[in-house]
Structures are given as C-alpha cells and as structure tokens.
Design a protein around this ligand. Structure first.
Ligand SMILES: Cc1cc2nc3c(=O)[nH]c(=O)nc-3n(C[C@H](O)[C@H](O)[C@H](O)COP(=O)(O)O)c2cc1C
Length: 215
C-alpha cells in the first residue's frame, strides 16, 4: 500500500517558505470577517492528520464563535495577565504591559484544543506519559501551518486558567486543555516574530543548538 506521491524541490521549498513565514497573530491584526467553512475544514483536516503516539489520536477541538463565551475566556486572560505582569520587574514590566498577547474577542474564530487520555494502554505511551500531549501539539502545529498556507492568522493564548476554560466550554472532567487559539484573516503577517521586532527576545543561532554524537 505504498504511496507513489513524490515531492519535487519546488514543493519542498514551498513547505519551508510556509514554515518560515508562519507567525503568531494577535488581536490588533485580526479582521472582522468570518472564516470560510472550507478553510476551517482544511485546518481541522491538517490537525487530524498529525502523527500521534500509537495512532491514539488523543485530540478534541471546540470551535468557539459565541461572543459571550469568548468574553468569559477573555476575562480569564485579563486576570492571568495581570498576575503575569507582576512577575516581571521594572522596565521589563512596562514593556510586558505594552504587549498585545491575545486576540480572543477580535478573532472571528477561537479553537480550544484538548487532550483526551485513553483508558486503555496506548502502544508507545508506556514509558513517557507526556507523549500523549506531544501528539496534540503535533496537531496544533499542523493547524498553524495550514492556516498560514491559507493566509489565515492564528495565535496561541496560554495566559488563561485551563480549569476555567474547561468549565466555560463544559469539557469532560478527564480532558486537559493543551492550547487555546484565535484564528482569522489578518491585516498582515510580520516578517519576523513580533517579540523579536520588539527586542524582547532574539532568534538563537542554529549552530549553537546542534550537537553531534554528544554534548
Ligand atoms: C506553547 C506556546 C504558547 C504561546 N503562548 C502565547 C500567548 O499566550 N500569547 C502570545 O501572544 N503568544 C503566545 N505564543 C506565541 C509566541 O510568542 C510566538 O510563537 C513566538 O514569539 C515566535 O513568534 P512567531 O510564532 O510569530 O514565529 C505561544 C507560542 C507557543 C508555542
């Protein structure tokens, strides 16, 4: 049952271009225009075709468009963000407060991504329990790349209380929130990470991150 689909150099270059041009998109850049159903389907198709430990596919997705639900999530962000700002001192705190770190209400679509642990033993998940969560993150990265290929902005919001989000979307008790995302058409995609442009962090030199045979 082999696949005879081989990719050429141009296609490989295109994939790298999508990867390099993917950006985290935040609220000040989302356009107030609903996403097409076909595009949402492609993003979800990308998600469910991600690799997963033992082919367990331990993911569930909640698509949120209801403004009242978004507002409740936004309230959790505001609370958590106020706490977060206190963890940075002096000048850094001022810089932190100037950052826009979510787009919950501005984005036409929010997606909460959950990990649903299997009751049965999962092949491959017997020594490192966390590989179940890693599988969900693989699905998230696929979504992010497909969104970018469709010129749809996507941003990750992690400054929220996962238990509150669970309550708000009525998630089953055993489910774990892995990520909360804002998606929408966007005014622009920045060439570099915004945090790099704002000099919050610099990109690491690849050569310093790669080791051969041992550290
Ligand atoms: C696990 C994870 C959590 C993140 N949480 C947030 C967040 O809460 N708010 C935010 O503005 N960006 C968040 N980001 C986006 C990062 O800031 C962004 O990926 C990084 O600055 C690099 O920029 P780029 O994605 O545009 O290349 C998160 C990214 C990841 C992978």
């Amino acid at each position: 049952m082999g696949s005879d689909r081989l990719f050429d150099q141009q296609e490989a270059d295109l994939l790298l271009e999508i990867i390099v041009n993917r950006r985290d998109v935040r609220g000040n850049r989302f356009l107030n225009k609903p996403l097409g159903e076909e595009e949402i389907d492609k993003i979800l198709m990308a998600a469910v075709n991600a690799p997963s430990v033992g082919f367990s596919q331990p993911w569930e997705f909640v698509l949120i468009r209801d403004e009242k639900i978004k507002q409740q999530i936004r309230d959790s962000f505001d609370q958590e963000n106020a706490k977060a700002a206190g963890l940075f001192g002096g000048e850094k705190q001022k810089e932190y407060n100037a950052l826009k770190l979510e787009g919950i209400c501005e984005a036409p679509l929010n997606i909460a991504v959950f990990y649903k642990e299997k009751k049965e033993t999962v092949l491959g998940q017997t020594s490192m329990q966390e590989v179940g969560l890693y599988s969900v993150v693989c699905a998230i990265q696929n979504m992010w790349l497909m969104a970018r290929a469709l010129n749809i902005g996507m941003g990750w919001v992690s400054i929220i209380d996962p238990e509150k989000v669970k309550q708000i979307v009525k998630a089953p008790a055993g489910n774990q929130l892995v990520g909360y995302f804002c998606l929408g058409y966007t005014t622009e995609f920045l060439k570099q990470p915004e945090l790099e442009i704002l000099k919050w962090e610099a990109r690491k030199n690849m050569k310093e991150l790669i080791f051969y045979d041992n550290y």
